[in-house]
Design a binder for this molecule. Structure first.
Ligand code: SAM
Ligand code: SF4
Length: 427
């Protein structure tokens, strides 16, 4: 979502004669987009700001902080960083030109973090020219009403708000005209899509409509909450040809006691049942997930439940995190904290197990032919192109840039831990 927000800010600024530079010292404006979901990314903001201080002093570069840290800290950031010009919260992106103008004209330092009830922040700025990429994110909703006890998102992104389907369809159709072949629909809890809209529509119906848009070859979405994953959505994986066979379904913990303390609203058994249903409806579906270790009160037995769930499901990939207390969330007040050393040990054990599972699953694909949407040149070799399978696995193979944007049948020759090697079978 942050990546998408950065792109939106760039598009807004392009409309005001700004152009992107990769060289910081050439910039007139440096805007740091931020994440506060864990402590580590939050700290990175301060080190990034430190790196750019000299530019402010030497060249008068305008420096701003956007995103979740901006929303969370507000004017405290201006107090803490004397050379910071702008703090722009998660709902204030459309106000960017106005805020910049204020800084340019009066030299005033600005902070805008109010919540926008009308949903202006959800409106997308559409690209005017053909894009040099084949896939794009599309926001369908923002915010979250779940309030999991560890999570800062509802506090920094606000409550759930959906975009009208007409706007989403128009955006996807426009992206298709601009050369996009794959869209990934974004929301903190896509299953909640439609709530509060005047029209009657749910997420599965939205998918059906997007499936009909000409030029779009593939649809993905993130993130779905296990509690709200409906039977209708599960069945969409067998009904909608463009919906890719991949779901990211964060489980967070395999222990019912911890899931309850996290306020997740499901149990280990009910999570396993949902995965069973998904695999019945769509046997080739790839499942990835998020997990947290060291949540307050997590004992050895709870951690074993997490490992057991992983062993039973055999995720294609897993994003694993040490629990990081977030100020203002309920879990930050919980007393029975897990020692840092124990968190680290558990994380290492879990990651080692997952590494083997991922490698084995990738190796199982050797000899199979997969449809790859080619995205561009591979980073490793100018002879190679890179793309993804429908199950979202990276494949590199020898080929030229004419293949970019094409769906290429590719025979997998080798499975590694983070990618696959292949060769085209289309001649
Ligand atoms: N909405 C998604 C869901 O409910 O599954 C998750 C969105 S959250 C921004 C992304 C991931 O960050 C979560 O799935 C969780 O694993 C991790 N996360 C969130 N808060 C965290 C915290 N306080 N400490 C560690 N990891 C956290
Ligand atoms: Fe955070 Fe996801 Fe829970 Fe919402 S559903 S509070 S975004 S973890």
């Amino acid at each position: 979502m942050n990546e998408h927000d950065s792109e939106q800010m760039l598009r807004i600024l392009e409309g005001y004669d700004y152009a992107e530079t990769k060289v910081a010292k050439e910039a007139h404006l440096i805007l740091i987009n931020t994440c506060s979901v864990r402590e580590k990314p939050e700290h990175k903001v301060y080190s990034a700001l430190g790196r750019y201080k000299w530019l402010k002093e030497k060249k008068g570069t305008i420096i701003g902080v956007a995103g979740c840290v901006a929303q969370q800290e507000g004017s405290r950031l201006l107090d803490r960083i004397p050379y910071l010009d702008m703090v722009i919260g998660t709902h204030a992106i459309p106000m960017l030109p106005h805020l910049l103008q204020k800084i340019e004209i009066s030299g005033e330092r600005v902070c805008e973090t109010s919540y926008d009830k009308d949903g202006e922040y959800l409106k997308a700025v559409l690209p005017e020219k053909r894009l040099d990429k084949v896939k794009s994110y599309v926001t369908i909703m923002q915010g979250c009403d779940h309030f999991c006890s560890f999570c800062i998102v509802p506090y920094v992104r606000g409550r759930e708000k959906s975009r009208p389907s007409r706007e989403i369809i128009e955006e996807v159709a426009h992206l298709a005209e601009m050369g996009v072949k794959e869209v990934c629909l974004l929301g903190q809890n896509v299953n909640g899509y439609g709530k509060g809209l005047e029209e009657e529509i749910n997420f599965s119906e939205l998918l059906e409509r997007i499936n009909q848009i000409e030029g779009i070859e593939r649809i993905r979405f993130t993130t779905s909450h296990p509690k709200d994953l409906s039977e209708e959505l599960i069945e969409a994986f067998s009904k909608l040809p463009k919906l890719c066979e991949h779901i990211h379904l964060p489980f967070q913990s395999g222990s019912d006691k911890i899931l309850k303390a996290m306020h997740r609203g499901y149990t280990k058994e009910s999570y396993l049942e949902k995965i069973d249903r998904l695999k019945k409806v769509c046997p080739s579906i790839a499942v990835t997930s998020d997990v947290i270790v060291g949540f307050p009160g997590e004992e050895e037995g709870d951690f074993k439940e997490t490992l057991d769930l992983m062993e039973r499901i055999q995720f294609d990939d897993l994003y694993s995190f040490k629990y990081s207390p977030r100020k203002g969330t309920r879990a930050a007040q919980f007393e029975d904290k897990v020692e840092e050393k124990v968190k680290q040990e558990r994380l290492s054990i879990l990651q080692e197990i997952q590494k083997e599972i991922t490698l084995r699953k990738n190796q199982e694909l050797e000899g199979c032919t997969e449809e790859v949407l080619v995205e561009g040149q591979s980073k490793q070799s100018t002879q190679d192109v890179t793309g993804r399978t429908r199950s979202n696995k990276i494949v590199n193979f020898e080929g030229n840039l004419n293949l970019v944007g094409k769906l290429v049948p590719t025979r997998i020759t080798k499975g590694y831990s983070h990618s696959l090697r292949g060769e085209t079978t289309s001649g």
